[in-house]
Design a binder for this molecule. Structure first.
Ligand code: APR
Length: 246
C-alpha cells in the first residue's frame, strides 16, 4: 500500500496528531459496527435501545442488550489498528485518541491520552445518586440497583443526551490544535462528535481518512486510504518509524 510522500513529510514534522475513531476500527476485533451491511441499526432500533426513555420504559431489555454487547467486548481484544495508534506515541510528541467507541480497546491497546465521547461500556452509574459502579458489577438481578435504591445504567451516551463535558471540551482542544487529524472507521455523521472533524479542519489540521469505503468525510479529507484500519495504520506507522530510524 502506497503512503504519500506528503503524509510522510507531515508526520515527520508533526508535533501533535489526533486519531478520531469510530466503530470501524473495532470491526476487526469482532465488534459489530452500527451502519453498513451488517450494522447493528439495520436489525435493531436505537430509539428502543439507546435512549433514556427506552431505558425507563424497559430497563430489563436495555440491560439485556448491554450485557450482550459487554460480552462481545470482553471476548474481543485490540487489533493491529488500535496497537498502531498506541505505538504512534513512540514517534510523535503528542498523540491523542478521540473515540466514539465505548469498548475500551484503545486503552487496552496502550493508548494513554484518550477522550471517550460516548462513554465506556465497562462503567455504570446510579441514575439517582450518580454513584459509579465498574464492570465487575454483579448484575444479579435483571436490572441492577444502587444501594440507594436507584436504577443503575451503563455509562454510555444515549441518543439525545449530552456528551460528557470534560471529554468533549478536551477533545475539542486537542482537535483544534493538532497538525494531523486522522478519521478512522467512522461514517462521520453523528453529531456533535463528528463536528470535531470540521473544527480540526478549520483550525488548519491536515485531515487523513482511513475507511473501507468513501464517506461524508472523504470530501474534506486531504487524503483517504481505503482499506482495513488494521492494515493501513500499521503500514503508515512502519513507514514513519523506518524514516525516523526507530
Ligand atoms: N477499517 C476501517 N473502517 C471500517 C472497517 C475497517 N475494518 N470496517 C468498517 N469500517 C467503516 C465503515 O465503512 C463505516 O464508515 O467504519 C464505519 C462505521 O460506521 P458506523 O457503524 O456508523 O459507526 P460510527 O461512525 O462509529 O457511529 C457513530 O453512532 O450509533 C452511534 O453512538 C454510536 O458511536 C456511534 C456513532
Amino acid at each position: 500500500m502506497e503512503i504519500s510522500e506528503n503524509l510522510i513529510a507531515r508526520l515527520q514534522s508533526a508535533d501533535s496528531v489526533v486519531f478520531f475513531t469510530g466503530a470501524g476500527i473495532s470491526a476487526e476485533s469482532g465488534i459489530p459496527t452500527f451502519r453498513g451491511k451488517d450494522g447493528i441499526w439495520n436489525k435493531l432500533k436505537p430509539e428502543e435501545l439507546a435512549n433514556f426513555n427506552a431505558f425507563m420504559r424497559n430497563p430489563e431489555m436495555v440491560w439485556e442488550w448491554y450485557k450482550y454487547r459487554r460480552g462481545i467486548v470482553h471476548q474481543s481484544k485490540p487489533n493491529d489498528g488500535h496497537i498502531a495508534i498506541a505505538r504512534f506515541e513512540e514517534i510523535i510528541k503528542k498523540v491523542s485518541v478521540v473515540t466514539q467507541n465505548i469498548d475500551n480497546l484503545h486503552r487496552r491497546a496502550g493508548s494513554r491520552n484518550i477522550y471517550e465521547l460516548h462513554g465506556n461500556i465497562e462503567r455504570n452509574y446510579c441514575i439517582k445518586c450518580r454513584t459509579f459502579y465498574n464492570d465487575d458489577l454483579d448484575i444479579k438481578d435483571k436490572v441492577p440497583r444502587c444501594v440507594c435504591g436507584g436504577l443503575i445504567r451503563p455509562d454510555v451516551v444515549w441518543f439525545g443526551e449530552y456528551l460528557p463535558e470534560d471529554q468533549y471540551s478536551g477533545a475539542e482542544r486537542v482537535s483544534s490544535a493538532c497538525d494531523i487529524f486522522f478519521v478512522v472507521g467512522t461514517t462521520g455523521i453523528v453529531f456533535p462528535a463528528a463536528s470535531l472533524i470540521y473544527s480540526a479542519k478549520r483550525a488548519g489540521a491536515y485531515i487523513v481518512e482511513v475507511n473501507v469505503e468513501e464517506t461524508e468525510v472523504s470530501s474534506v479529507a486531504g487524503e483517504s486510504y481505503f482499506g482495513e484500519a488494521g492494515k493501513i495504520l500499521p503500514a503508515i506507522f512502519n513507514k514513519i518509524s523506518e524514516k525516523k530510524g526507530t
